[in-house]
Ligand binder design. Structure first.
Ligand code: NAP
Ligand code: MG
Length: 492
């Protein structure tokens, strides 16, 4: 039995924006209706912020940053607060999981794993608070001795914008990193999935982080998001979303040279050699595209299979696709939830139609469920050309394009023949070949004989048009900091 919306009432967050110590509606009363993609039911209304509300949130973040209450707090105390946030997330794991599933549609097990990854990110970043040290540089300049050292200092006020496909975990990455660095933050969740970010904002404050250090502003991308990007009081933009919006953000941020990190889309190759462990390949290749109903930036959406194993692997992936249960994410036996919205379902179906009209052949799937909820069957395409739209563009739906290859040079060239460069997967029992391929992938993450697994200690991000900079890891936190060099005259 699915859990009814009434069961959720108690768990719903305040549904007002968190700006400093205040819980606010939009000044003009404008709201955004939030729906459950599993059946289209109305869940809640959240405020639709405009420039005035963004101004207010940035002013609070700036004042808190300048007051130094946060950025000058003893690092070990800041670390304790981040750790406490992780504990609170874990203690609310089931409520947050349910809320995420209502809002985004993803199956409960998937939501739970994402929420836990958010908690892990806070715990990992807590460890950095006391380790953001600089270096010393002994030496002389023109015969004069100097004692020179560097400091790692917070960049200031961060404007963070996150998408709907991993609403909680994406918000957690940005907030945990900004706070660990000593920055203050204004976060705008996607208009489609604002609920768990609002709850996370409350958890952060309940854990003892000073009001104003973490502000959550709900609103549309082209209004609230754009105001945040344009705001002169914001020092850095941390964005996760589409390449199209990422490019617009980079242009807007150029006006005052804001620091920018971008985590964008992908069209990631999954490369299978005939000597791979076939029992593991098919389920992993299937989940690499179908988990999240294909709405994962690192989805393995192009399946390259060595020609002599092509039919076998395609059949095996198609059989897994047929057994996956598509349905309401709150039902325990659901493997694949709905896609995020009616509009997105239509977009995915448009790609499937285009794939067929451009000569592709559907092996399995290819249809949407009509009626309530936004479901698309797991789909496998063959016979799409390298130039076909479905081979080149990020569909962000449960659609994989299978393509045969003959030799290693051919597959490396094809795998890299994309504007994106987020992830790649290689399957082979030949260790040397696995590394040869990995070393030549133009991709920020490569998995060998594995579906995706992420670790907050490891840098994550994209080559080429999949992004700019890295998140998580030391590299991720350094992107929220400036380096200051201090020269001290000693004497000649
Ligand atoms: P999107 O349209 O780019 O939106 C992402 C966020 O940007 C949303 O909060 C959106 O707000 C906001 N936004 C839209 N227009 C804006 C503007 N002019 N100025 C400022 N903000 C604006 O992407 P999406 O469709 O939500 O998400 C899917 C994309 O994200 C895919 O391409 C996927 O690959 C990528 N993604 C990448 C990663 C990664 O780490 N590399 C992770 C997850 C997703 P509204 O929702 O309110 O419009
Ligand atoms: Mg929703």
């Amino acid at each position: 039995m699915a859990i009814a919306v009434s069961d959720l009432q108690l768990k719903l967050p305040g549904l007002k924006m968190i700006i400093g110590e205040d819980r606010l509606d939009a000044q003009n009363g404008a709201t955004i209706a939030v729906e459950d993609p599993s059946d289209g039911a109305h869940l809640a209304n959240v405020p639709a912020a405009g420039t005035a509300e963004v101004d207010c949130a940035v002013a609070k973040a700036r004042a808190t940053f300048e007051s130094r209450a946060w950025s000058r707090m003893r690092p070990i105390d800041r670390s304790k607060l981040l750790d406490r946030i992780a504990q609170r997330i874990e203690s609310e794991l089931e409520a947050l999981t349910l809320l995420e599933t209502y809002d985004n549609g993803m199956p409960l097990a998937h939501a739970r794993a994402y929420i836990m990854f958010g908690a892990d990110t806070f715990r990992y970043m807590a460890g950095w608070c006391t380790r953001l040290t600089g270096k010393t540089y002994p030496g002389a300049i023109d015969g004069v001795s100097y004692h020179t050292y560097t400091q790692s200092v917070p960049v200031g006020v961060v404007g963070a914008i996150v998408p709907w496909n991993g609403p909680f975990v994406m918000a957690a990455w940005k907030i945990a990193t900004a706070l660990a660095a000593g920055c203050t933050i204004v976060l705008k969740p996607s208009e489609l999935t604002p609920l768990t970010a609002l709850r996370l904002g409350e958890i952060v404050l309940e854990a003892g982080v000073p009001a104003g250090a973490c502000n959550i502003v709900t609103g549309y991308g082209h209004t609230a998001g754009q105001s945040l990007v344009d705001h002169p009081g914001v020092d850095k933009i941390a964005f996760t979303g589409s390449a199209r919006v990422g490019k617009m953000i980079l242009q807007s941020a150029a006006k005052d040279l804001k620091r920018v990190t971008l985590e964008l889309g992908g069209k990631s190759p999954n490369i299978v050699f005939a000597d791979a462990d076939m029992d593991r390949v098919a389920p992993a290749a299937a989940m690499s595209i179908y988990a999240s109903a294909g709405q994962a930036c690192i989805a393995g959406s192009r399946l390259y299979v060595e020609r002599k194993a092509f039919d076998k692997v395609v059949d095996a992936v198609a059989s897994v696709a047929r057994t996956l249960k598509v349905g309401n994410g709150r039902l325990p036996d659901t493997d694949i939830g709905p896609v995020i919205s009616r509009a997105h379902r239509e977009r995915i179906m448009g790609y499937i139609d285009r794939g067929i009209s451009e000569g592709g052949k559907v092996v399995t799937g290819g249809s949407a469920h009509l009626g309530k909820g936004y479901y698309v069957d797991p789909t496998v395409f063959v016979d799409a050309t390298p130039e076909a739209t479905i081979t080149r563009e990020e569909i962000f739906g449960p659609v994989v394009v299978a393509i045969p290859f003959t030799d290693i040079e051919e597959v490396i060239r094809q795998a890299n023949d994309t504007t994106y460069g987020l992830a790649a997967y290689v399957w082979t029992s030949d260790v040397g070949r696995a590394h040869q391929v990995a070393n030549r992938m133009q991709a920020g993450s490569v998995w060998i004989n594995s579906g995706y697994a992420l670790d907050p200690a490891v840098p994550f991000g994209g080559f080429k048009q999949s992004g700019l900079g890295r998140e998580l890891s030391e590299e991720g936190i350094r992107a929220y900091m400036e380096t200051r060099a201090v020269y001290t005259y000693i004497g000649s």
